[in-house]
Design a protein around this ligand. Structure first.
Ligand code: ADP
Ligand code: MG
Length: 314
């Protein structure tokens, strides 16, 4: 790069769990690789004009690992922090290899370096979420086994499920490493599943049994490493008002203030669109930059301002 060339803007793409397993699919490895092809070919093209960070969800994958543990009680159980680490490895590998193939198809593989990073995210041990676990994870249990389960359980729409704390992300432990890799134009895949939740114990970190929302962790990452555009890619074209009703309407441009008002009015439920809008608002308020919520199939159009819900700070 010559000294006069301005650095490429930094784009963060946060991929929803559905980037790998679509609703209604069984979730085989073949399906997961196939589902990644469209988003990765778009990201490959965006690599020419942007420096790129990728984060991802892990709900279905961690759910399957928990289910495998349930089926095999004579193998020692692994705590959640280890399962999150496992999914960072497995999904990081799938994203990296699919993106590598997409870059190869474009003939730009030699100039591009990819890296998947195991990432810790610091949470506050006094976060009120630890007193009130709300995030359902893993399998549905029949009512009769619920009293014997060694963890808190709540009745959800699907049935009885384990619930864990979902504390707020405070810091991305590897933020400096990520910043340096991005400065060198590496594509960095990190903060998978919202990151491995850790608390500080003196000078070291200890993993905790919790899950961090991947959209909120991505907003933290975006602020800490200096992202220019934060793109949240999911399985709908953007944020709607009156979602799921005949009068539903896609929001194309949304100020942070209006987003908060609509959130208060109940348009963006917790556990799905709520954290995406909250993450976008947090990022645009803190940085004055923009965020976009879009479909996994329209990442390129959304980056170019032709799709999705654009959120900006008023
Ligand atoms: P991801 O795995 O990408 O995080 P989620 O399932 O958590 O996806 O969130 C996306 C889902 O949010 C959509 O599939 C949709 O059903 C739901 N949703 C709820 N409210 C809205 C809304 N107001 N606008 C758009 N989607 C909404
Ligand atoms: Mg989600």
């Amino acid at each position: 790069m010559s000294p006069s060339t301005p650095p490429k803007p930094v784009l963060l793409v946060a991929l929803g769990g559905n980037a790998l397993i679509r609703k209604g699919q069984e979730g085989t490895i073949e399906e997961q690789f196939e589902n990644l092809r469209v988003p990765m070919s778009q990201i490959a093209r965006l690599c020419e004009s942007h420096r790129i960070l990728i984060t991802h969800g892990n709900g279905p994958q961690v759910g399957n690992l928990l289910l495998q543990q349930e089926c095999c009680p004579h193998v020692p159980r692994l705590p959640l922090e280890i399962l999150v680490a496992q999914t960072q490895g497995q999904i990081g590998y799938m994203i990296e290899s699919t993106l590598d193939s997409a870059l190869m198809d474009l003939g730009i593989v030699t100039q591009k370096h990819l890296v998947s990073l195991i990432s810790y995210v610091v949470v506050d041990p006094k976060d009120p979420a630890f007193r009130n676990p709300t995030k359902p994870i893993g399998p549905v249990y029949p009512e009769e086994v619920v009293p014997e389960l060694p963890f808190p359980v709540k009745k959800t729409a699907k049935g009885y499920r384990r619930v864990v704390a979902s504390p707020k992300p405070l810091h991305i432990v590897e933020r400096r490493e990520i910043q340096r890799l991005i400065a060198m134009d590496f594509v960095v895949i990190c903060c998978g599943g919202g990151g491995i939740p850790v608390v500080r114990e003196g000078r070291s970190f200890a993993g905790v049994d919790a899950v961090i929302d991947k959209d909120l962790a991505s907003a933290r990452l975006a602020r800490e490493v200096g992202v220019d555009l934060f793109c949240i890619a999911t399985d709908v074209p953007g944020a709607y008002v009156h979602y799921g009703r005949p009068e539903q309407r896609l929001l194309e441009r949304l100020s942070a203030e209006e987003a908060e008002r609509l959130a208060r009015e109940g348009h963006f439920p917790q556990g799905s669109m709520g954290p995406k809008v909250e993450a976008a608002v947090e990022f645009v308020r803190a940085t004055g930059k923009e965020a976009v919520i879009t479909s996994i199939d329209a990442i390129e159009a959304a980056v170019e301002g032709r799709a999705g819900t654009r959120i900006w700070a008023e």
